[in-house]
Design a protein. Structure first.
Lengths: 134, 176
């Protein structure tokens, strides 16, 4: 199957590969996987006190489309507020990367990873507030 | 979709005897060999050829435990594939992420022994998962949607397979 130029570009020069400290209260981590193909994707965001994503990192073991989808997602996340980040939809990723129908699930995985990183960040913040309120 | 068990004329079960499977494939392939149909009418030649292709496809499916499990589930009406299966457990994802990172580190260090050791551990796991799946398939009614209980292990098996494919590519790269 032929990959689009944009997928190849992200695959060969992935942006923001790496790790953030998952124990940092400003960091949200999303770990998701696609059981049908054995892909695993970790996406992390670091959120400033004003609610802006100042850094994003990913690590994906999977096909080129999964790597490109998560690479693009981290690029888009940086500089966005949490609320803006929640608006990122898999269809936007699939469209940007020209993913064929059989690879749409890779962009779904990236959207799941974003949502799960945000959920992790929010639950950390809620836990912090609960602790402060005691 | 054609039932590969029916095509090869073997019982629909997970624990297939690999020798028996290979024998069925060989016998059917011989019977359908184009040489036997050299003098036959064109329609019959075409039919035997398409049967031979079906037999080869079915053999490939049944030889592979992942595809064999998928075929059993489909027969029982359990949907398999991308969106139909339960999400992998966080523990499995965490573990596979760590193992894949260790594999990547071993590759960077060009540490072939470490790659072998990681692959051996995963192969052991693969055997355990296969045995457990065999037990589950054996106790369930083969036509029941209760077979869906095997899906998490099938997902795990795919993760292990992915790991082992990656490991053998690295082994090849490092030993050449």
């Amino acid at each position: 199957m032929a990959y689009s130029e944009k997928v190849i570009e992200h695959y060969e020069n992935p942006r923001n590969v790496g790790t953030l400290d998952k124990n940092d209260e400003h960091v949200g981590t999303g770990l998701v996987g696609a059981p049908a193909c054995g892909d695993v994707m970790r996406l992390q965001i670091k959120v400033s006190d004003s609610g802006v994503i100042e850094d994003a990192k990913f690590k994906t073991f999977g096909c080129g489309s999964a790597i490109a989808s998560s690479s693009l997602a981290t690029e888009w996340l940086k500089g966005k507020t949490i609320d803006e980040a929640e608006q990122i939809k898999n269809s936007m990723i699939a469209e940007e990367l020209h993913l064929p129908p059989v690879k749409i699930h890779c962009s779904v995985l990236a959207e799941d990873a974003i949502k799960s990183a945000i959920a992790d960040f929010r639950s950390k913040q809620a836990a912090k507030k609960a602790l402060a309120g005691q | 979709m054609i039932d590969p068990f029916q095509t090869l004329g073997v019982e629909a079960r997970f624990d297939l005897d690999p020798d028996d499977l290979a024998r069925r494939h060989r016998d059917l392939s011989r019977a359908l060999h184009p040489d036997r149909y050299a003098g036959a009418p064109a329609a019959e030649r075409r039919l035997s050829l398409s049967r031979a292709i079906e037999v080869n496809d079915a053999f490939r499916v049944l030889k592979d435990p992942i595809r064999r499990a998928e075929a059993l589930l489909r027969r029982a009406g359990v949907p398999v594939g991308e969106t139909a299966e339960p999400k992998p457990s966080p523990d499995l994802l965490m573990e596979m992420m760590e193992r894949r990172e260790e594999l990547g580190d071993a590759r960077r260090r060009k540490d072939l022994a470490a790659v072998h050791a990681l692959a051996d551990a995963i192969r052991l796991r693969e055997r355990e998962v296969l045995a457990s799946m065999g037990r589950q398939f054996a106790v369930s009614d083969p036509d029941s949607t209760k077979l869906a209980a095997v899906l998490p292990e099938l997902g795990e098996l795919r993760y292990l397979r992915r790991f082992l494919d990656e490991a053998s590519a690295i082994e090849e790269e490092l030993s050449s």
